[in-house]
Every structure is written in C-alpha cells, then in structure tokens.
Ligand binder design. Structure first.
Ligand SMILES: [Zn+2]
Length: 338
C-alpha cells in the first residue's frame, strides 16, 4: 500500500497509464490521503510554487511511511499555509513521528529575518536574535513564533505586515528561501477612513491567504477622489502620459472606497507587476472572498484590481454619484447596505 505513494506526488503521470492499467487501478483504489493530495493539487493549480511544495512533501520518504491517517493530518496542516516552509516543517514532523528520538533540522529555519511588531530579528537555527545579539525567541518553519516572555506562540501569517524570510541550507551548504514575504500594506492604505470596512476586511483576508501560499502581495492603491479620478482619466488623453484608466470621475468603485489594487512585492519589497506572477490564483482567492476581480472582466482586464459592491455590477458605479454628492461616502455605503 505504501508503494502507490511514490506515484501520488506526480499526479499527471497516471493518465498516461490509464489505457493499460484499468484493472490495476480498480485493485488499488486511492487512499484517503491520495485523494486529499489530489484535491489540494487541483485547488492550488494556479500557484505553481504551492503545488511544487506539495509534491516535495508527498514525495518525501518519511511522509510515505506514515499511516494514511497521519498523511491526511499532514496535508490538512499543509493547507493552512501551503508553501515550501510548511512542507519542510511537515517533513521534519514525519521524520520525528517515525523516530521520536530524532531532532530533525527541517522543523526550524536555518537562517533568515523576521520583523514583528516593529522589531527585527535575525534567525539562526530556529532562534530569533535581537539587535542586542541576545536570543529573543524561537521560530519554526510552520510560521509559529514564540517571543521570550510571551505565554503562547503566534503565527507570522496573521499580521499582513510581518516581514518574514525563512531560509534553509541544503546538503551542499547553500541556503535557499523557503518563504520570503514583505509588509503588505507599508503605507497603511487599508487604514484609510475613506475605505469601507467590508472591503478592507475582504482585502486583508485575500492578502493573508495569498501570503500563506507564499505569494508576496501588497496594496498599491485604494481610495481615489472624483477629482483624482478625473485627473487620472485625463492622462494620455488631454494630459501627458499613457492611458491608465477608462473610468471618469465617479464611474470607478475606487471613488467610493470600494476598490483596491494589489500587486506583488519584488525582492526588495517594492511594488511590481510580474507577468509570471500568480495572478489567476490571486483572482481565485479574491472571488472566494466575495470580491469582484478585474481579471475576470470581458474586454480590458485589470488583474491587480478588486472591488466590492453587492447587488450592483462593475459598470454601475456611476449610479452612486447622486448619493455621493448628497451625503458623501457614508451615503453611498448606506445605499448599498454596507
Ligand atoms: Zn483599481
């Protein structure tokens, strides 16, 4: 029964055998763990880094020796933060499960940095080293951090502004990033009073989930006044520059505090819009959180853009203008029941 586990990591290969192995397949029905792994692989299809991490976990020899129940537990734990750091941690857990005397190095990052609550720590073999050179706490590859003096661990993924870089050394002594996330809202744009909370809560959930999947995303643009929107519309038309929007003042949900633009962080923590970014996965997460995603629009798409206007269509923002002129943002939000 363990022999089938090796094949489960590369799910794509099974289809090539279908014609010759129908009877064999009937004899070896997939285990609950194989079914769960396939579900996760499908769910994470548009996040190649996450599916690679999943493949690394399921191909691990220690994982393959776990009971099916233990494998399902590992997969559920992986799904909480499906990235390479979690997969590495769970490989360590599998090793320790099989040999309780083992102290696997995979459980903790070898190197990296963490900035939490404004304090920056260097990471050395799972220890957090403060600016004074003293050990200030510990960190694991599943993102659990415990600072000295705190009674319970917390997750590096819970605050979207946590800077976390977890690095692991390979057999040759080279270190590689397991996870590398920068602050997602360094300019506190989501804290603006001109943004509706129903939108910001959803945007925070989207970014949080993307970060758990290893996607280093950030807010670039949120509220834009009608005057600012008109100035943006003029760009490339009656003013210098290239055209960046087709929406005049009052016809964008940005003007009502109900839209946000999200980009990726580059290696230095600066906004970037990489062509090979996992935009489709970001869009899936946004839609799962009840947002409309600009990447789904017909005609001109806007992949960074998400908006929230229950009951109305993307093109109906302009119908909010009378309410806005009458009672400002609050009147618009009242009319939408937000
Ligand atoms: Zn936008």
């Amino acid at each position: 029964m363990d022999s089938v586990n090796g094949a489960s990591g590369s799910s794509g290969s099974s289809s090539t055998q279908d014609s010759q192995s129908v009877s064999q397949a009937a004899q070896t029905a997939p285990t609950a763990a194989e079914t769960r792994a396939q579900e996760l692989d499908d769910e994470l299809e548009n996040n190649p880094q996450a599916t690679a991490a999943l493949a690394a976990l399921t191909a691990d020899p220690n994982y393959a020796q776990l009971s099916v129940e233990q494998q399902v537990q590992a997969l559920d734990a992986f799904n909480a933060a499906p990235n390479l750091a979690t997969a590495t941690y769970l490989q360590g857990v599998a090793e320790q499960t099989l040999d309780p005397q083992a102290t696997p190095t995979a459980l903790t990052p070898d190197a990296g940095t963490l900035t939490l609550d404004g304090q920056t720590y260097d990471i050395r073999n799972g220890e957090l080293i403060g600016a004074d050179g003293q050990v200030a706490g510990s960190i694991r590859n599943d993102g659990q951090v415990q600072l000295a003096g705190e009674t319970a661990p917390r997750s590096v993924y819970d605050d979207i502004n946590t800077r976390v870089q977890l690095r692991e050394a390979d057999a040759a002594g080279q270190t590689r990033n397991l996870v590398d996330l920068h602050a997602a809202d360094p300019n506190a744009r989501l804290d603006s009073a001109d943004l509706n909370r129903a939108l910001t809560q959803r945007v925070e959930s989207v970014i949080s989930r993307a970060r758990r999947e290893g996607m280093d995303m950030r807010v670039t643009d949120t509220y834009r006044s009608v005057a600012e929107q008109n100035a943006l519309y003029a760009q490339g038309r009656t003013a210098p520059g290239r055209i960046v929007t087709n929406a005049t003042g009052g016809s964008s949900w940005h003007n009502y505090g109900l839209a946000a633009d999200i980009a990726f962080n580059d290696a230095r923590g600066q906004p970037s819009w990489p062509e090979n970014g996992n935009w489709d996965r970001y869009g899936e997460i946004a839609v799962a959180n009840g947002l409309e995603w600009g990447g789904n629009w017909r005609g001109i798409t806007d992949r960074p853009h998400v908006e929230y206007h229950p009951g109305l269509g993307a093109g109906e923002a302009r119908t909010m203008l009378p309410a806005y002129r009458q009672g400002g943002l609050q009147q618009v939000w009242n009319n939408l029941g937000l």
